[in-house]
Design a protein around this ligand. Structure first.
Ligand SMILES: Nc1ncnc2c1ncn2[C@@H]1O[C@H](COP(=O)(O)OP(=O)(O)OP(=O)(O)O)[C@@H](O)[C@H]1O
Ligand SMILES: [Mg+2]
Length: 231
């Protein structure tokens, strides 16, 4: 995938219970852009993000990642390119130990053991989760789980980073590490967040969602002003 863009075209999505969470979402995030996805609770941010790697597929419209329309068939390939941090780390972590969880992606990519170990060490150090290697992910605090979940993404060295509330529950040190990771990341980045300082500091552009529709898309400070008008 040479062009790491994300394109949503008139995306609609209804959950199995019939609730229409997305009602015609259109936007494009171009290669190398860092964009914040803002909106109140229940606006549809997580639902949008789950479409970027085919975990959810549109009821109508199209999601295209780097020139590939996301479908049931293409989703496994798209998932290798898109590193997705879930809002709830319990959805991300499933191995008996932290180091196995962080190694899972690189091992699946067929990398050699020395390279896998290097990636695991580096990812855990970068997220501040070094020292938790032998712990069970299920017995960690909420913030520790989030840091480990972030490490599972970084160890895959994805071409696109999609993050759902990356700083939620994090203490100041862990939050600083996440900010450092995002600011050093040179590829495409889409971040759903309520952390407006993070959006202002890292994302020149923001997209505001309300009721499953894009209601503003532009410079972050202007979009935040719109968000504050909604409160
Ligand atoms: N599994 C589901 N089944 C039915 N409706 C759902 C489901 N998950 C989410 N929804 C509904 O879809 C809408 C969008 O939810 P979503 O999780 O995308 O919001 P969000 O913007 O990420 O909110 P938050 O800021 O609280 O994380 C909400 O009204 C929510 O109640
Ligand atoms: Mg959400």
């Amino acid at each position: 995938m040479s062009h790491h863009y994300i394109q949503f075209t008139d995306v609609h999505y209804a959950y199995p219970n019939g609730y229409e969470a997305l009602r015609g979402i259109t936007f494009r995030v171009t290669h190398g852009e860092k964009v914040a996805l803002l909106g109140m609770n229940g606006a549809g941010k997580s639902t949008v993000l789950l479409h970027t790697n085919g975990l959810l597929l549109p009821s109508k419209g199209e999601v295209n990642v780097g020139g590939i329309p996301v479908t049931k068939k293409t989703a496994p390939g798209v998932r290798r390119a898109v590193g997705m941090l879930f809002q709830n780390p319990d959805d991300q972590l499933f191995m008996p130990t932290v180091e196995e969880d962080v190694a899972f992606g690189p091992l699946n990519m067929g990398l050699e053991m020395a390279e896998v170990q290097r990636r695991v060490r580096e990812a855990l150090a970068r997220t501040g989760a070094g020292g938790l290697e032998k712990r069970s992910p299920f017995q960690l605090s909420g913030g520790q789980k989030k840091s480990v979940a972030m490490a599972t993404i970084l160890s895959m060295e994805p071409e696109i980073l999609v993050m759902d509330e990356p700083t939620a529950e994090l203490d100041l040190a862990a939050r600083n590490k996440v900010i450092d990771i995002i600011s050093r990341y040179t590829h495409t980045c889409l971040i759903a967040t309520h952390d407006l300082d993070l959006a202002c500091g890292l994302c020149p552009r923001s997209i505001l969602i309300d009721g499953g529709k894009v209601v503003a898309d532009g410079p972050t400070e202007e979009v935040i002003a719109r968000l504050k008008e909604m409160i």
